[in-house]
Design a protein around this ligand. Sequence first.
Ligand SMILES: *Cc1c(COP(=O)(O)O)cnc(C)c1O
Ligand SMILES: [Zn+2]
Length: 421
Amino acid sequence: MNHVTHLKCLICGKTYLPEEIAYVCPDHGYEGILDVVYDYNAIAAAISLESLNNHRDFTIWRYKPLLPVAVDATVPPLAVGWTPLYETPRLAAGLGLRHLWVKDDGRNPTASFKDRASAIAVVKGRERGAEILTTASTGNAAAALAGLCASVGQANVIFVPAAAPPAKIAQLLAYGSTVLLVDGAYDDAFDLCLQAADAFGWYNRNTGFNPYMTEGKKTVSFEICEQLGWQAPDAIFVSVGDGCIIGGVHKGLRDLLALGWIDHMPRIIGVQAAGSNFLAEAWAKGEDVLSKAPIHARTLADSISAGLPRDRIKAMAAVTETHGAYVTVSDEEILAAIPALARGCGVFAEPAGAASYAGLVKAVAQGLVGRDDRIVVINTGNGLKDVAGAMKSVQIVATHPHHVAPNLTAVKGVLGGWLVG
Ligand SMILES: *Cc1c(COP(=O)(O)O)cnc(C)c1O
Ligand SMILES: [Zn+2]
């Protein structure tokens, strides 16, 4: 038993019972993404601000009655969620702001935000009795599924475009996943994964296809608001590729408003790389995301590179319905944001994670946020995910190590000015 009443197609509004359908609206194919609809009265009877206060589980499962899983479902043991929300006064002051927090989702077990969705995928897949779980991904979603599966000994098959970075493939292999390197691009891997899941009865985690992934991702909004004492922030900055995370951020806030746990909807600001700006462009020009042609995506922030964002309907609604905005940042601005964030608050982000901070810098310059606004920036991935990106970022700010001979004279020669006595 859970508190889901039905699934609703975002295109035609048709509703389905959860047992009737596994992924998308049959009338609309891949595009027919479903929203998961709940009975908030039943949820309110099962969980309250008081019960949460006494709850000792500091993972996403503390919000179980708000998730599409049975109340007594066995969940994977890896501790997903309840990542730190750091108040960052030095970063704030540098931008002329007064209230700024960084939510560090690089602290999840496989080092990215994607664990929030994969944890749900493992529970849903097992609920359906699937022997194999599968996904197509170039990186973090695959690592997240691989890690969560490994924590419960669940077999899984990952479809990866052959050109994926070797370090990301290594993480999958270490977790024991069966890795299929597809001769082709991400879209080919995605399509092949769908065909295989269909043909062999596997459970599919693919983003912007499996309706429950948004539900895992929404837990970040629950945590942010709880960590702020249920005083919702004024604006939340999040980087956007396929658009599933930003849709999840929005869904979580809608849940909280429906329950009366927060009193206003924060503005959601989506940040895209200039070279992968499908949603930002559609938003600026008022284009329809379903008829807009795919773009050729090119950015070094590989986790937000998406020519045709799979979850574009939810991603657009997150911004328009909250009176937010899309901003774009260049690869140089993204790289510069890595050391800026690391130095300003000690959070080390991969390029796609730092992009949200680069977006805040831009939004301040454009007057999109006010000095007194309470602002949260989400870091979606750990800096160690992309060491090459980190190396480039420190070159941009012209910091480099100093070579010294192994003696104190050499150290003095380099550091001379700083040393006293
Ligand atoms: C997947 C990912 C994103 C973007 O999420 P979408 O749901 O594709 O918009 C951003 N940052 C990191 C680190 C990611 O892994
Ligand atoms: Zn439909």
